[in-house]
Design a protein around this ligand. Structure first.
Ligand SMILES: Cc1cc2nc3c(=O)[nH]c(=O)nc-3n(C[C@H](O)[C@H](O)[C@H](O)COP(=O)(O)OP(=O)(O)OC[C@H]3O[C@@H](n4cnc5c(N)ncnc54)[C@H](O)[C@@H]3O)c2cc1C
Length: 300
């Protein structure tokens, strides 16, 4: 119930959002999950993580754009960021920030420019997966980008009933595939709604990806699933550099360090920007215990 309320709050704007954004405790709590509002702040966080042996994927937070000018400003922000990213850091990108909801061709053209800037900087882009309404458009854009930029990362949400099939399609040589449970609830005809079903689907997807020829990027904080990853690594005799773990900035940092110290590739997803409200509310909905940070403010 609390989860659903927080998920709904994450989607909604209006007075609730304005009130939360103004709460000093909420801004302080956001600092737990978000590396700052400026490029300078996210670069500092990235450098610190790199010095601790972590890989990084930087995400620029923002609402869905509603016109071409806003999509252009997203492109320019990513181009500037990519010029300064240190080695070992890539970017994550939401197509909603490039206009996919009103013009798929525009989103494609903008994403292609960001992939070009990433290639020029010697790094890669992963295209986040959003709600089910933009799934097919996102899959088409990623497929297209991979012709010119084969290292473009795709995302599969195990909450979707067809996730295992998507993993099989994407599990070819050099294919970078992020597997996550998924942050966006969808109706029961297309998605599992029971958390245990989503977890079982995650394990089926993991088996496909770890047995395949691609490069799995396993995005979870779930201790049970992390144990299964390790078992599959041994079963498939996968070297540590043939896959990576991914976790959010500020979530289970000790586990992130443990994995990095064990020789695994550990990538931290580092968001930055002023539009932190939907992202932070989604994190709270997934782990309602963290609401105490919102109410109390001080990160630990
Ligand atoms: C790097 C990364 C990229 C992602 N990209 C996408 C994407 O493109 N599209 C999309 O829809 N979703 C994406 N997700 C979101 C992800 O699918 C959701 O966060 C989802 O709820 C899964 O979280 P979980 O696997 O950690 O499992 P959960 O079921 O949320 O948690 C399982 C267990 O993990 C531990 N845990 C989880 N959160 C915390 C916490 N805050 N503090 C301490 N312990 C915790 C707890 O032990 C918990 O019981 C991404 C997630 C990550 C980490």
């Amino acid at each position: 119930m609390l989860r659903r309320t927080l998920q709904a709050a994450a989607r909604r704007g209006g007075p609730l959002r304005k009130a939360v954004e103004r709460m000093p405790s909420a801004r302080a709590a956001a600092g737990r999950y978000v590396a700052g509002e400026t490029v300078g702040e996210v670069l500092l966080a990235t450098r610190i993580l790199r010095s601790e042996g972590m890989l990084v994927s930087v995400d620029r937070l923002g609402d869905d754009v509603t016109d071409r000018a806003e999509a252009e400003s997203t492109v320019q922000a990513y181009e500037r960021l990519l010029q300064e990213l240190p080695e070992g850091a890539e970017v994550s990108l939401r197509l909603g920030a490039l206009g996919v909801r009103f013009d798929e061709a525009l989103a494609y053209a903008c994403a292609e420019r960001i992939c070009e800037a990433a290639a020029a900087a010697g790094t890669t882009v992963t295209i986040d997966m959003e709600d089910h309404g933009s799934l097919e458009a996102t899959r088409r854009v990623v497929d297209g980008l991979r012709f010119g930029y084969p290292a473009t990362g795709a995302v599969v949400q195990s909450s979707l009933r067809r996730s295992e099939e998507y993993c099989a399609e994407l599990s070819h040589a050099e294919s970078r595939v992020r597997l996550c449970k998924g942050s966006f609830p969808a109706s029961s005809d297309v998605a599992f709604t029971d958390r245990e079903e989503i977890d079982r689907s995650f394990v089926r997807c993991l088996r496909v990806l770890m047995a395949g020829e691609g490069y799995p990027m396993i995005a979870t904080h779930d201790p049970r699933l992390l144990e299964i990853v390790d078992a599959l690594r041994i079963i498939h005799d996968r070297p540590y550099d043939s896959f990576e773990y991914q976790m959010f900035y500020g979530v289970r940092p000790d586990e992130q360090r443990r994995l990095a110290d064990s020789g695994a590739r550990m990538r931290v997803y580092v968001p930055y920007g002023g539009n932190w409200y939907p992202y932070v509310m989604r994190r709270m909905s997934e782990h309602p215990a963290d609401l105490r940070f919102l109410l109390r403010g001080a990160p630990t």
